[in-house]
Design a protein around this ligand. Structure first.
Ligand code: GN1
Ligand code: MG
Length: 376
């Protein structure tokens, strides 16, 4: 087991956590925040997840925490209106950090790191990849239900925590600046990948413009709905979406596309053996069927027609993000960069996945079109 950081031990020692602590262990998962599971001494007290917020990425932790608070409150209230039981298992509950006896949403330590708590949801699990079509269908249902629950959320109350998060044009501009600066002398190692990005810019920027044009509604969405951001109970029933840091106003295509990008990859996104990276069409199909079984109640026709292209756009975007970070010296994904070429490997993996998706483009479209009532 890895050593527990000194600041975590200190927080426990000075009584910042709301209950007496029995043990602390590192909790794997996620590329951004560093997470620990805190087991409390008394069975009647809830266990917690303690997270060190990545403040290179989340510059405004007050806003981050206040967005999460209003979103989780809103979801809880909506689910309560439907008289659903066990609300604490159906939505995350941010916890209190005690400061002079007062409940605070985070703690700022001597190293200028920010710490926050969530109540741990017992008897739950996540999957790093989608195990079968049935689970893919459930994933789609869960994401659509999340969107549905947030339909009435007042969009003007949710400022962007990371502006332009899925703005493809801005991502490309930023990559070009990094290539020009080449601060780490890595551009020469990434010639082929840069060429791939350049070859696809015109087509994908145009598609992105269509997907974000004024005839496509803006909605409150998750913006990071990887399959392992869905919590399931021990019988594989979906409980809730987690990792709510990036919940912001955006377009449905980006959530659906990112879920497929992560869920329909036959291997992990940092597998250096590209022959193992394949696009599993059946997972896409089941996820979309699950998603649209719920979303048919609110999705517009323009959105429906746009979503088949979303896995391609999001995989292209993620290739750019990994490549950018590689060229820029691994600053964004620093916490989970384990060797010098790690982000280049990730970019190559995404490019290969993209190419496999392109081969399925017509089938992607057919799956979605079946849900257009005018098709019959
Ligand atoms: C990050 O932390 P995690 O693994 O849920 C990232 C996503 C990327 C993903 C790459 C805030 O998500 O946007 O798609 O890594 N989150 C943020 O797998 O940048
Ligand atoms: Mg995340």
């Amino acid at each position: 087991m890895k050593l527990i950081p000194k600041s975590v031990a200190e927080m426990v020692a000075v009584g910042l956590l709301p209950y007496p602590v029995k043990s602390i262990e590192e909790h794997k998962g996620g590329l951004i925040n560093h997470t620990f599971k805190i087991v409390t001494k008394n069975d009647s007290d809830p266990n917690f997840l303690l997270q060190k917020v990545n403040s290179y990425i989340f510059k405004d932790v007050d806003l981050l925490q206040s967005n999460i608070r209003i979103v989780t409150d809103y979801i809880r209230n909506e689910l309560d209106k439907q008289s659903l039981p066990n609300l604490n298992r159906r939505v995350l509950s941010p916890g209190c950090i005690l400061s002079n006896g007062e409940c605070k949403s985070y703690y700022w330590d001597h190293d200028c790191d920010y710490w926050r708590l969530y109540e741990y949801i017992e008897d739950s699990k996540t999957y790093n990849s989608i195990p079968n079509n049935d689970m893919a269908f459930k994933g789609g249902v869960t994401l659509a239900s999340f969107h549905k629950t947030l339909l009435g959320f007042p969009k003007d109350k949710l400022p962007d925590i990371i502006p332009n998060f899925h703005n493809l044009k801005k991502r490309i501009e930023s990559l070009m600046v990094k290539i020009k600066d080449d601060k780490f002398g890595r551009v020469t190692n990434a010639k082929k990948e840069i060429e791939f990005i350049n070859d696809n810019i015109d087509e994908y920027v145009k598609l992105h413009e269509i997907l974000t044009s004024t005839n496509i509604p803006k909605r409150v969405i998750h913006q990071d709905p990887k399959f392992n951001n869905i919590l399931f109970d021990l019988n594989d029933n979906p409980l809730c979406m987690v990792d709510l840091d990036t919940v912001m106003v955006g377009h449905l295509y980006s959530d659906i596309g990112d879920a497929i990008r992560t869920g329909a990859n036959s291997t992990v996104e940092d597998n250096p053996d590209l022959n193992q990276t394949n696009f599993i069409f059946e997972i896409y199909q089941s996820y979309i069927n699950g998603y649209l079984s719920i979303a048919k109640d609110f999705i517009t026709l323009n959105e429906l027609h746009s979503i088949y292209i979303s896995p391609l756009i999001m995989t292209y975007e993620q290739s750019i993000r990994f490549l950018s970070d590689y060229i820029n010296g691994d600053k964004y994904y620093k916490y989970k960069t384990e060797y010098p070429d790690h982000n280049l490997v990730r970019a190559k993996n995404q490019i290969r996945l993209f190419e496999q998706m392109v081969l399925n483009r017509e089938k992607l479209k057919d799956t979605v079109i079946k849900f257009d009532p005018s098709f019959f």
